[in-house]
Design a protein around this ligand. Structure first.
Ligand SMILES: [Ca+2]
Ligand SMILES: [Ca+2]
Ligand SMILES: [Ca+2]
Length: 290
């Protein structure tokens, strides 16, 4: 595709207002050899919004106009990409971006995990890989000069204000009514629904929950193992005496953010300080959470 051909079709495309872009103002650019720089932050109000489960908003190309990442999936959590009113870019929660974006002037832009492998690094927010447009060729999300970066992954709306985002309720339970706050525990595993979300454990399965599964000691080392999900980071903390208040006295064992783990359970080795009583706890952390 020659660039001058694209210029002929450049029109101003206005779109609906959306939440502020999640894109780092210092790192908004992607690049396509055939279409030049693209600004993923756009005009801020309409820029790209990367989410825990799907993307919204627009990328701006000076040569091609707005490219739409989606306007929200009809099932509330993931674009089907099989209907005219339900297309966009999904995020699998592990950093992979897949689906279809649309530019009025350039047609479909495909995000797929075989060739282009467009991804967001869950720790740094840096984007990498490529998207493909039949009319514009490869669009690189990072290159030697620049990379696009998101500062957060939006949870999206929480229509019933119970602290659990819509997308997670629809994905896990199929509606907004099954899961709720106030200590409600749908699967009776002693983990409230609202705590299964940050751990990304199944709120309808009582055997799926965040828990320490073993603590063993060998050669001056304590091995702590706990259940993990590939969509979460973890922090392991220890104390020598159970404190009166739950957030006093606990200290990171030194690992900082651990993960996302490739398999579950995950185990860390912690030097034994020779104390008789040593208590551990594990906290799940939502990547690039708000
Ligand atoms: Ca909710
Ligand atoms: Ca539960
Ligand atoms: Ca559960």
């Amino acid at each position: 595709m020659k660039q001058n051909v694209l210029f002929l079709f450049c029109l101003v495309v206005s779109g609906p207002a959306w939440a502020d872009s999640t894109i780092d103002p210092a790192h908004p650019y992607a690049y396509g050899a055939n279409i030049g720089w693209l600004n993923a932050r756009g005009d801020i109000a309409n820029g790209a919004g990367l989410g825990q489960s799907y993307c919204t908003g627009y990328v701006w190309s000076a040569n091609c106009g707005w490219i739409v990442l989606g306007n929200g999936p009809t099932n509330g959590w993931q674009y089907g990409n099989a209907a005219a009113d339900d297309w966009g870019i999904n995020h699998d929660g592990e950093g992979r971006l897949s689906g279809y974006a649309w530019g009025a002037n350039i047609g479909w832009v495909t995000f797929e995990q075989v060739q282009g492998q467009p991804r967001v690094n869950l720790l740094t927010g840096n984007l990498s890989g490529y998207a493909w447009g039949a009319n514009v060729g490869w669009i690189g999300l990072s290159n030697a000069q620049a990379f696009a970066r998101t500062t957060r992954l939006d949870a999206g709306p929480d229509s019933d204000a119970d602290g659990i985002p819509d997308y997670w309720e629809y994905r896990e339970a199929g509606d907004l009514g099954t899961l709720s706050d106030g200590g409600h525990d749908q699967d009776s595993d002693d983990v409230p629904d609202a705590d299964e979300y940050p751990a990304d454990t199944d709120p309808l399965v009582d055997t799926d929950l965040l828990q320490i599964v073993s603590i063993t000691t060998a050669s001056g080392t304590n091995n702590v193992a706990w259940t993990t999900r590939p969509t979460r980071f973890y922090r392991v903390e220890a104390t020598n005496a159970l404190p009166a208040a739950t957030d006093i006295g606990w200290a990171d064992v030194g690992g900082g953010l651990i993960g996302p783990p490739a398999s579950s359970p995950t185990k860390v080795a912690i030097p034994d300080e020779g104390n008789r009583g040593r208590f551990y706890r594990v906290q799940a952390v939502i990547p690039l959470g708000e």
